[in-house]
Write a protein that binds this ligand. Sequence first.
Ligand code: FAD
Ligand code: SIN
Length: 538
Amino acid sequence: MKLLAANPGWTVQADVIVIGSGVAGLTTALNLRAANLSVLLVTKANIDEGSTKWAQGGIAAALGPGDSPDQHKSDTLIAGAGLCDAEAVNVLVTQGPEAVRKLIARGAVFDKSDSGEIDLTREGGHHRNRILHAGGDATGAEVSRALLAAVNDDHGIEVIEHALVIDALQDASGRVCGVTVHVIGEGSRDGVGQALARAVVIATGGLGQVYSQTTNPSVSTGDGVAMALRAGAEVADVEFIQFHPTVLWRDNPAGQEGQQPLISEAVRGEGALLLNHKGERFMVGKHELAELAPRDIVAKEIFNQMKGANVPHMWLDATHIHDFVERFPTIFQSCIDNGIDPRVQLIPVAPASHYASGGVLVDLHGRTSVPGLYACGETACTGAHGANRLASNSLLEGLVFGAAIAEDIARELPAQGTPVQRSEESLLIDPAIRLSLQLSMTEGAGVLRSEASLKETLAQLEQLGKRRSTQPCIEAWEVSNLYLLAVAIVRSALLRTESRGSHWRSDYPDTSPTWKKRIVQKFGVDAQWSTSEIEVKN
Ligand code: FAD
Ligand code: SIN
């Protein structure tokens, strides 16, 4: 299966193609340059678009006094609810501090305490203060700024913006040797072309746009995961969609679709409290960390409170954080823009889709199951997050595994392959179904799922998927990707007859030891799904 698109009208070539310009793509590109490889970095909108620049809370790394990678590992494993790959977590937490130091060496500036040390804060699931932050709550913007400056300074990285990658190109052996890409450009590189390379790294970020309410920007349509599926790669853990517990709830139906403003967990890390509609704290007694329990536990409790009282949101009380404006300038501004002054008013909050803990299944070097194809960052499933990612481990994952991928590619890079014509069926879905698909996913495959709700959503998806288009365009390619991923998520969520981490089933409320497994899916050239399971030992 491939997406319907015009035949490539132009060609470009490099040693390695990196798709995406978030923390994962930029880090991989810079590390590839250290190995003297030429890099083509393609990104579908402006170069700074993506989740990275929106990251608020920070980056987790065991850098503080008394902290250690082992303690970071323990918190990560607990948050992951028994499904983390212990080796991947080990790599993340032991290489994390060095990766952060390298980021600082590349120019990123983190907030300091009065004593001049890096100021470390806390977020949900962490038993220690180990979150570095920048600009108060603008960590992602600083990470993005620093990495982009380094990329701009490197003439061995060619960047093409407004370049949407459509599908992988494979040689006769099935090895990936490039991609098709649609560029809104000018001159010789306009429209659909082919980019050839000896290895391709997908770093296209998350898929939050599968849902109607998400913290993710509009570019997060999971294109890379869908492209990998169509190229025959395995994906895993896709049912584990993380819903962030505290997203600003807006009393305005028009404002309740698409990207929603996040109220960082770090606000709770600095002492903000969750209150129900009666003004009572409800997390005390639910978990030893109360408001700072792992994210899945807080999201579920908020959801229960909302359902129980039939109200659309809970409240976050940050009125006692005396330096709110200085510590959280971005959040302060988005509250003010929505008519709330968090210094004196409670903030209405509700869960929204935030992060894909699963994705394209990779090994510790970022290799997918298809030769020549790598995946990094939110697109990938390294197994480091298991059933629920620990706060602020995502930026870290991009830094650590971006470096590992570059090292692997530099070790062994075959000659450029020749793409073979793909003769299989083409798919293109009517872009008009986007909102219906998102609403159906939120309703039936959201925070709380059941066999009935998932089957209903799958039936709706089947109907929506019949609405085909013959007019290739960005909106149609994106919605076709969203559709494929929505089906993958629902299929996995139906199979997993238990509740674990961020997968919460009303009909199977308990965690089952028989489900200490990863669900792996593949999508064949014949457009048929196949499923397998991997036992998780940790
Ligand atoms: P992204 O940063 O999303 O980058 C993906 C890139 O791929 C973009 O450049 C995009 O344009 C490009 N792209 C997509 N599709 C295509 C295509 N078809 N062709 C070409 N290019 C394409 N994590 C933390 O660790 N700490 C935090 O404090 C934190 N806060 C967050 C706050 C918010 C509001 C959000 C949304 C996320 C937050 N996260 C946080 C999660 C974290 O930001 C992301 O998981 C991480 O930035 C993902 O990085 P990435 O490089 O994988 O993807
Ligand atoms: C937040 O700041 O609450 C988001 C952190 C994350 O997603 O890791």
